[in-house]
Design a binder for this molecule. Sequence first.
Ligand code: BGC
Length: 765
Amino acid sequence: MKRIVSMAVIAVLLLSGENTSAQQTSAGNARMKTFIDALMKKMTLEEKLGQLNLPGSGDIVTGQAQSSDIGKKIREGKVGGLFNIKSVAKIREVQKVAVEESRLKIPLVFGMDVIHGYETVFPIPLGLSCTWDMDLVENSARIAAVEASADGINWTFSPMVDICRDARWGRIAEGNGEDPYLGSQIAQSMVRGYQGNDLSKNNTIMACVKHYAMYGAAEAGRDYNTTDMSHQRMYNDYLPPYKAAAAAGAGSFMASFNEVDGVPVTASKWLMTDVLRKQWGFKGFVVTDYTGINEMVAHGIGDLQTVSARALVAGIDMDMVGEGLLTTLPKSLKEGKVTLAQIETACRRILEAKYKLGLFEDPYRYCDENRAKTELFTAKHRAIARNTAAQSFVLLRNQGDILPLKKTGTIALVGPLADNKENMPGTWSVAANFQQATSVLAGMKEVLGDKAKIIYAKGSNLDADAAFEERAGMFGKSLGRDNRPAAVIIKEAVDAANQADVVVAALGESAEMSGESSSRSNIEIPQVQKDLLDALLKTGKPVVLVLFTGRPLAIKEENEKVPAILNVWFGGSEAGYAIADVLFGDVNPSGKLTTTWPQNVGQVPLYYAHKNTGRPLEEGKWFSKFRSNYLDVSNDPVYPFGYGLSYTRFSYSDITLSHTALKGNQKLTAAVTVTNTGKYDGKEVVQLYIRDVVGSVTRPVKELKGFQKIALKAGESKTVTFTITPEDLKFYNYDLKYDWEGGAFTIMIGGNSQAVKSASVNWTK
Ligand code: BGC
């Protein structure tokens, strides 16, 4: 055991003769309690508050931690942890200050936004969710944890599980789409991937579920904006993924920036204590988002002292960056606005997290330089990331089976995203080394070898407006502006197209057109790129649009005129290879959308699990006076939730039900036979939806209740069976009681939320 805590504490540990990293068994919990009791007895008020403090680390330069301002604070016991520091060397250096130079030698926790991979970058979460493959999702988090922990990190600000039904919101890229059922499965897979079954292992890291809660429902899709919705909608649609992540044992939660019910979440006792801890039994700690406490001054609920006290009382345990807790709680304690018990509870929760991570036993547990040298960006991790990226792509259109392309002839590769590495990892890739990423051009060259010729031309800038392009190219992700007139740049691409057999156009959004503070009021492809696309189509050559985006885009026009569209999100460090793998048919695409794609921004929010209303549109019509519709556009999406094509075709049989009438806790099985009727082996996501036809409150027209991803060889059939129990029929009713109600149900199974076979059952209680 390293000498990291005071002698008295060590004595307690030695007397009990155990291992400080014991897991959450009750004996382990008792030992943890004994350890922390002894430690807390020695702590001053200032040191207790220090544990609640997560300052911004600034740019810690190796060799300077000792002399830095942060170093001074750590030495004084005023820091609980740091975040977004990259490298074992830097982390070891600051940890050394904590465990050798502070009075109680309490180790720091090191966090980072490891959102979709570390140096090996996986697709952005919205893309990853389109794999509908929980093993791939879990494994991506596992690999992220292995790499991050090899580089000194033991806490990640992920998974982000905010349900979002508004494509304007930039942070839709960071989540898993619009559906609470799928979102919950993914939330649990991510937590398992990060944390494994033993947090004290040196290759597992603590998850932080964010942004709790309802952050994805910001009004008008404008980031940080107010959210306001009924409690029924919260409980049925928005809270389930957070709850699922808590049930999976996530070690920490992050409070969101937005307000809910008129209270900034950071001060919401209802969310942080009543729901999270009392209703869901969460035992970990809650951290604010970046300056979340201080921002409550601007929200207008008081000065820094007031809002800091409110945050603590509500259930916040750690203060990210703002230092409101550290600097104002002593005064609030004196004035009786907070109690010592409240401060100690928060402090204990942070110490417990450190204990579970095994940091008291070995503060350098995650600081193994050898691991840092050998476990990052490995060939094995990259191969998995490449395959995962390919699985996340969604084939939106493939008229005339243009795809897959042949590995022969001449290919014109054009577009502002065709020859760029920096944008491939996508938003929130803090640890990525952009130079290690692979562009589409490089990926295609690698996959084609000398079998086919590629002619590259940029074809257009990202956007005609240079200032917009700059905002959309932050954090070193510039697309390199071409200052020649647009017509000249387009002409080059048209010349390339004219010499080619086929055109691949890599267009869409840049990585930073989605993500934090990247909301858009226009969710179309920028006009200058549309002009390029039109010019390419005019050549008469077959055009394949490789579409980059971090959100659902409004591409009604492109869907009508471009024969093939492969949506590739931001696929991560291996994106270029994965795109080539799919374009040339080495991988058959199988991704399915986890968001609805609208025809235009005016339809937003648009989602499949909507209510019927009292005036639904009649079947087969797109407009009818005095019905719920628009004068100028139908209610349909361009692509529905769950949609995605394959190079092969799948056909579905009718549904076979085990019963048409059931009672109480009986089980229903619903089966379909799926046949691969095309020429290629492929994978299909078979989706189960249920409609509760009559309820005590209105119910959605359908809700996802199950899915299975199956592989079928060309010509092969498989029967897919879903077992349905009353558990699948439950919902939160008007009194927020979670229960099911007897009556008629429609069972629907299909390859997307619209193309379904249906059958009816009557199920009484
Ligand atoms: C974001 C969080 C992130 C945090 C730390 C905030 O601005 O909202 O998602 O974890 O910064 O980087």
